[in-house]
Design a protein. Structure first.
Ligand SMILES: Nc1ncnc2c1ncn2[C@@H]1O[C@H](COP(=O)(O)OP(=O)(O)O)[C@@H](O)[C@H]1O
Ligand SMILES: [Mg+2]
Length: 255
C-alpha cells in the first residue's frame, strides 16, 4: 500500500503522522519506506537524518532521474528506510516546469521499488503544487490528517476538488483511506464537536477510530530526531500511533 499523507494546510500533523505511523508499522514487522516530499525536510530531520550534508535526495530522483534505490537510507530501526529531502527540493517545481511527465515522476521512480516494501508513506508539503500532485499520483491510498478546529472542513473541500481533478485530468484513481484526527484536546469543547461533524460528514468508515491527542512528547521527540516509540514509549501518543498502524493494516487487508 502506498499512502500519501496530505493536506494543503500546514501544521496539521502530516509529518508527525508520517514519521510515527511509519515507525509503528516497522515495529509491527512490516517493511516500510518513508518518502519525504517536503522541501522543509521535516520528516527527514525527524528521522534523525542530517539533511544538509546529503549528496542525493528525492530532488535528484524527481529532476535528474536518479533511481530511488540510490537515495534511500536505512533507519536504525529494522525494516525502515527513508528517501530524504532537503531544501534543494524547493527548486523542483520550476525545474520540472517544461517536463510534460512531471506529475508522474515519483510514480515512475517507485515502479521498481515499491514491491520491496509492505507500506510506503509519502509526506507532502503544505500546498497543492506539483510535489503534492506527485505524492497523490504515486499513491493508491490517501491519509488526511486534520486538526479538529473550525478551518478543518473548509480545507478538506479544497483537497477533495484537487483529488477529483487528478482523477479526471490525469486518470489516476487513489482510494481515500481515511481522515486522521490529530492534536485532539479533550478539554477543548470545540474539538469534540468538530470531530463529530467530521465523522458525520465523511461517515465513520472514512475517519480512523484512533484519535491522536495532543502530547508534549511529540514535538520533543521530533526535536531529538526520534520517533515517539523510541523517545517516549510509555506516552499515550505511542499507543495512539500503534492503534492507528493496526487500523491501517486492517484496511490494507480488506482491500
Ligand atoms: N498530536 C500532537 N501533539 C502535540 N504536538 C503535535 C502533534 N502533532 C503534531 N504536533 C506538532 O505540531 C507541529 C506541526 O506538526 P507537523 O506534523 O509538522 O505538521 P505538518 O507536517 O502538517 O505541517 C509540529 O511542531 C509537531 O511537533
Ligand atoms: Mg510537514
Amino acid at each position: 500500500m502506498i499512502i500519501a499523507v496530505t493536506n494543503q494546510k500546514g501544521g496539521v500533523g502530516k509529518t508527525t503522522i508520517t514519521i510515527n505511523l511509519s515507525a509503528a508499522l516497522a515495529i509491527l514487522g512490516y517493511r516500510v519506506l518513508t518518502i519525504d516530499m517536503d522541501p522543509q525536510g521535516n520528516s527527514s530531520d525527524g528521522m534523525g537524518i542530517e539533511t544538509n550534508t546529503l549528496d542525493d535526495t528525492i530532488y535528484d530522483t524527481l529532476v535528474n532521474d536518479v533511481p530511488l534505490s540510490d537515495i534511500i537510507l536505512p533507519h536504525q530501526l529494522d525494516n525502515w528506510a527513508i528517501a530524504p529531502a532537503n531544501i534543494s527540493l524547493s527548486g523542483a517545481e520550476t525545474e520540472l516546469a517544461s517536463d510534460i511527465t512531471r506529475p508522474f515522476k515519483l510514480r515512475k521512480a517507485l515502479r521498481s521499488e515499491a514491491e520491496k516494501y509492505d507500506f510506503v508513506l509519502i509526506d507532502s508539503p503544505p500546498s497543492l503544487g506539483i510535489l503534492t500532485v506527485n505524492a497523490i499520483v504515486a499513491s493508491n491510498a490517501l491519509l488526511v490528517p486534520i486538526e479538529p478546529n473550525s478551518y478543518a472542513l473548509k480545507g478538506m473541500s479544497m483537497l477533495m476538488s484537487t483529488i477529483l481533478k487528478i482523477k479526471e485530468d490525469l486518470e489516476h484513481y487513489t482510494s481515500f483511506l481515511g481522515v486522521a484526527v490529530n492534536m485532539f484536546d479533550p478539554s477543548i469543547t470545540l474539538h469534540s464537536s468538530v470531530t463529530k461533524t467530521i465523522t458525520e460528514y465523511f461517515t465513520s468508515r472514512k475517519v480512523f477510530d484512533t484519535i491522536i491527542h495532543r502530547s508534549r512528547k511529540i514535538p520533543e521527540a521530533e526535536m531529538h530526531g526520534q520517533h515517539i516509540h523510541a523517545y517516549a514509549p510509555q506516552d499515550e501518543a505511542a499507543r495512539h500511533f500503534m492503534d492507528l498502524a493496526k487500523e491501517v493494516v486492517e484496511k490494507n487487508n480488506e482491500r
